[in-house]
Design a protein around this ligand. Structure first.
Ligand code: PGA
Ligand code: ZN
Length: 431
């Protein structure tokens, strides 16, 4: 009997921050196996699926995942045995029913997602296909433009920068391999600039540098300088994207830029700040410029900049069709950040992407700040064909693993591979 799930096993492993997470191994009746590791966020949205942690203060400060592992081994494995591994939708529906809650708070979204991804891997292997072809069909061939987070602040670094991520976007490259080179060269030129100015070059959770800058805006200036110094044209070859992760500094209805000492701002003032930056810098995308509960602020932000640049919602949508639909109805953004572990299964993630497509919105496949060596999202990005991936700096192996996998995919696709600028409007440098 091929194609049937035989069993699933989970173990507790470490993520890139040294915190426990799950690795799940699924074996099919044919003997084929598939494995997957589950990532973990730090600036999590309030409505994310629940990451089950043991809470036993004697182990990993309460962060152990032995209960989630046991849920796979003792509860899930026997219930999914015999199911067709090639019917992902049915498997994921079964997992939802087994848990019985909306947010996987019973068995843990970490347990559920690990099984969901590992089954997809095993089924791909059994069918003799690469994961991106298995999940995206034989026409899947769009390599994503990477958004590479090279300056870290907020919850991802212990420095003076309020905004979480400043990214470089090598959208003018002819193919993925060249885009990666543009990005890595810019990253190294940024390191040189930081050293020359006496700034530290220690890196944050996603591999970006985390210096004590004097303002949030200085980061944009540094990126333009680094792009130029690497020999690229800002906006044309390499553009900029930011993820302020504004929920993390939203205090009593205002945006508190206290780390950089820049005081409190209203939503309107934040929108004005982004308008100004969009004029001054080659910004093509702003993610979570406003907080997840500030739907009104998001809509105002999109009304002011949505025709020019990509406005992405992360915490506000948590990859959940219920919230994405609300965003579409209220014009809260024009793009969505997609994270498998925010919603819990591969099928629900694909449903969220289908909704984006239906609305004509962009979507960006994303890593988490706590990652592993698993490069599932590289294949997933090509399978979904959205043309964008956000997976950190070209540094730290858990980030580079995704980029290196994309190099392999591009090689495998050969002349069939497509790499193109996904941004409707070219970046304006305004200079
Ligand atoms: P997280 O950060 O994984 O800590 O949530 C990534 C992001 O906000 O996009
Ligand atoms: Zn984000």
């Amino acid at each position: 009997m091929t194609g049937k799930i035989a069993h699933a096993r989970a173990i507790e492993i470490l993520d890139s921050r040294g915190n426990p997470t799950l690795k799940v191994y699924v074996t099919l009746s044919s003997g084929v196996t598939g494995a997957a590791c589950v990532p973990s966020g730090a600036s999590t949205g309030e409505n994310e699926a629940v990451e089950l942690r043991d809470g036993d203060a004697h182990r990993y400060g309460g962060k152990g995942v032995l209960i989630a592992a046991e849920n796979v081994n003792a509860n899930i494995s026997s219930k999914i045995a015999g199911l067709d591994a090639h019917d992902q939708a049915k498997l994921d529906q079964m997992l939802r029913e087994l848990d019985g809650t909306d947010n996987y708070s019973k068995l843990g979204a970490n347990a559920i997602l690990g099984v969901s991804m590992a089954v997809a891997r095993a089924a791909a292997t059994e069918s003799g296909q690469s994961l991106y072809h298995y999940l995206g069909g034989q026409n899947a061939r769009v390599l994503p433009v990477p958004m590479m987070n090279v300056l870290n602040g907020g919850k991802h670094a212990a420095n003076s920068v309020d905004f979480q991520e400043y990214m470089i976007v090598p959208l003018g490259a002819p193919n993925f391999a060249e885009a990666l080179r543009y990005g890595a060269e810019t990253y190294h030129s940024l390191a040189g600039i930081l050293r020359n100015r006496g700034y530290g070059t220690a890196v944050g959770d996603e591999g970006g540098f985390a210096p004590n800058l004097i303002s949030n805006e200085e980061a944009c200036e540094l990126l333009v300088e680094a792009i130029t110094q690497a020999g690229y044209e800002p906006g044309t070859d390499v553009a900029i994207a930011i993820d302020p992760a504004a929920s993390s500094f939203y205090v009593k209805g205002e945006y508190d830029l206290n780390r950089s000492g820049q005081g409190r701002r209203t939503a309107e003032e934040m929108c004005q700040l982004y308008e100004l930056w969009t004029k001054k810098y080659p910004l093509v995308s702003i993610e979570d410029g406003l907080a997840e509960m500030d739907w009104k602020g998001f809509a105002a932000h999109t009304a002011s900049l949505g025709a020019k640049i990509q406005i992405v919602g992360d915490d506000i949508y948590v990859t959940n069709t219920k919230f994405i639909q609300r965003g579409i109805d209220t014009k809260a953004s024009n793009a969505v950040l997609i994270k498998l572990n925010q919603i819990g299964t591969v099928s629900q993630t694909i449903e969220a992407i289908a909704l984006c497509r239906k609305a004509g919105w962009n979507f960006v496949i994303s890593h988490r700040s706590g990652e592993t060596e698993d490069a599932f999202i590289a294949d997933f990005a090509v399978a979904m064909g959205g043309g964008q991936i956000k997976t950190g700096a070209p540094c730290r192996s858990e980030r580079v693993a995704k980029y290196n996998r994309l190099l392999e995919i591009e090689l495998e696709l050969g002349s069939k591979a497509i790499f193109k600028n996904p941004f409707k409007v070219p970046a304006t440098t305004g200079r």
